[in-house]
Each structure stands twice: as C-alpha cells, then as structure tokens.
Ligand binder design. Structure first.
Ligand SMILES: O=C(O)CCC(=O)C(=O)O
Length: 265
C-alpha cells in the first residue's frame, strides 16, 4: 500500500481529488492554503459573531436517527440538522439561511477572497466536469459552515468516532469528501483522526465503543491555513486539546460519475 496521506504545499490538483474519490489515498493536506493574516482576520470576526449555535451530528441508535452534540459550535445551519425533522419550517429555514451564511462568511473576510470561495473556484477550474453548490431539492444549499470548538468541551469530539454520509434519498453519491480549512488551531492536541477502513454506507449503525474495535487511526495535526480533504464516510474524530479555540470552515464534496462535484453543508 502506498502513502495514504499526501502533503503538498499551497496547490491543490485534480489528481489529488481523483485519488481521494477512488480511495487511492485517505487524506490530502494542502499546507498554507490560506494565508495566516487572513486566517487571523477571519477568526477574530468569527469570535465576535452573534450567530454561533451548537453543531449536531446525526447518529443511528436502535434504528432511530438522533442528533448528538460533540462540543462543536457553528455559524450556519448544516443540512443534516433537517434529516429527521417533520416541521417544513425548519427545512425552509435551512434554505433561507444558506445564502445569508455564504454572504456572512464573505463579510467576515472584509472583501478578501474567503477560503471557501477560493476552494470552490479552484475545484471548478481543476476538476472535470467542475464543481457547483448542490441543489438536492432543487434549491441552492449552503457551502461553507464555520465550526468552533473550545478546549473545555473538546473531549466530547474525541470520545467516539463519527462519519458523514448523505442519505441516498437526496442524492446517490459515489463518494463523499469533507474539506476543512483551519483558521485557528490549538498548540496542544486537536489532531484529526481518520480510521482508514472502507467508506461506510449511509445509516450504518456504529458499534458501541467503536474505537476499541477499529484499527489504529491516521493522525493529522493541522497547522493554521492548512486545507485537509478526506473521505468523511470513514470514521473520524477530533482529539481533545488545550489552549486556544479551534476554528475551521468546512464543506462537503459529493461525487457522482461524470458529474460536477456537489458542494454543501
Ligand atoms: O475539524 C476537523 O478536523 C474535522 C471535521 C469533521 O469532522 C468533518 O469535516 O467531517
């Protein structure tokens, strides 16, 4: 087996995206993708935001779909928070807020190119046949959520791995990747752990004490400004950390054969 984490400086390529999609590699780290001074500008504006809410992940337990909090807060509404919600107003709110959050992230960048916009442009330029904001329900989605975690609650993300897989009723994806750009990172801990096993299908119920039955994970310690893209249908977790907040901006990338990459949160 070749090298499963590829590190490059600054430049993303179409081959790296293809290698991730086809599981030739488990993760790619583009070092110094977004400049440090803009990461600082963006983080400072994020920490002053009045729009921070808890981020929850969907998990299956006893055949029921539940939303669980792992100590991560967010700016922007993730689509997964609408999965098991009957109230159509919640779904409308997601779509209403999508463009608001896209604009908000741009405003936090104070006219500089946002890290998500940079990535969206580059994916479209590099990848044949391009990349576009997803519209699974014929409405444009959010692409570019902000996630903020604090040291005191960081153990919650570390306890058990999770994975992200779009339910097929929205789109049958051949692969799902997650792209994270690290705007602020703690000195101690906060590594991304990825268990390099075959990608899981949506609604897989994870065993209790999942860590104990998984092989040793790959660990990536992101530095400020790094972009990390990985297959988020593999189990992953964020290690507990000390010190400064950990702030990322993130989006999912869905792949279907010969179609543009679909971007969303
Ligand atoms: O913050 C990270 O390092 C990973 C975030 C994550 O869990 C994801 O993108 O699915």
């Amino acid at each position: 087996m070749g090298q499963r984490i590829v590190r490059v400086i600054k430049k993303l390529s179409s081959d790296l995206i293809s290698d991730l999609i086809h599981d030739e590699i488990a993760a790619v780290v583009i070092e110094s993708y977004y400049p440090a001074h803009l990461c600082d500008l963006l983080s400072n504006n994020i920490l002053r935001s009045q729009d921070i809410d808890p981020y929850t992940h969907e998990v299956v337990e006893d055949d029921a779909l539940l939303q669980k909090y792992f100590g991560v807060d967010r700016i922007g509404i993730p689509f997964n928070s609408t999965y098991n919600v009957a109230n159509p107003e919640k779904i409308n709110e997601y779509y209403r807020e999508a463009s608001v959050q896209i604009e908000r992230l741009r405003a936090y960048c104070e006219h500089f190119l946002s890290p998500i916009d940079k990535l969206r442009l580059e994916l479209d330029e590099l990848f044949i046949p391009g990349a576009t904001v997803a519209h699974f329900q014929n409405k444009k989605m959010l692409a570019g959520i902000v996630r903020i975690s604090k040291a005191e609650q960081s153990y919650l993300s570390a306890l058990e791995p999770h994975f992200d897989a779009l339910p097929p009723k929205y789109a049958e994806l051949d692969a799902q990747l997650a792209a994270n750009i690290y705007l602020k990172v703690p000195d101690v801990g906060g590594e991304l752990e990825i268990w390099d096993i075959p990608a899981l299908t949506p609604f897989t119920q994870a065993p209790e004490q999942w860590r104990a039955v998984l092989p040793a994970p790959i660990k990536i310690k992101p530095k400020q400004g790094d972009l990390v893209i990985f297959n988020c249908r593999k189990p992953h977790a964020i290690c507990a950390f000390l010190g400064e907040d950990r702030i990322t901006t993130q989006m999912f990338m869905g792949y279907q054969l010969e179609k543009p990459l679909l971007l969303w949160n």
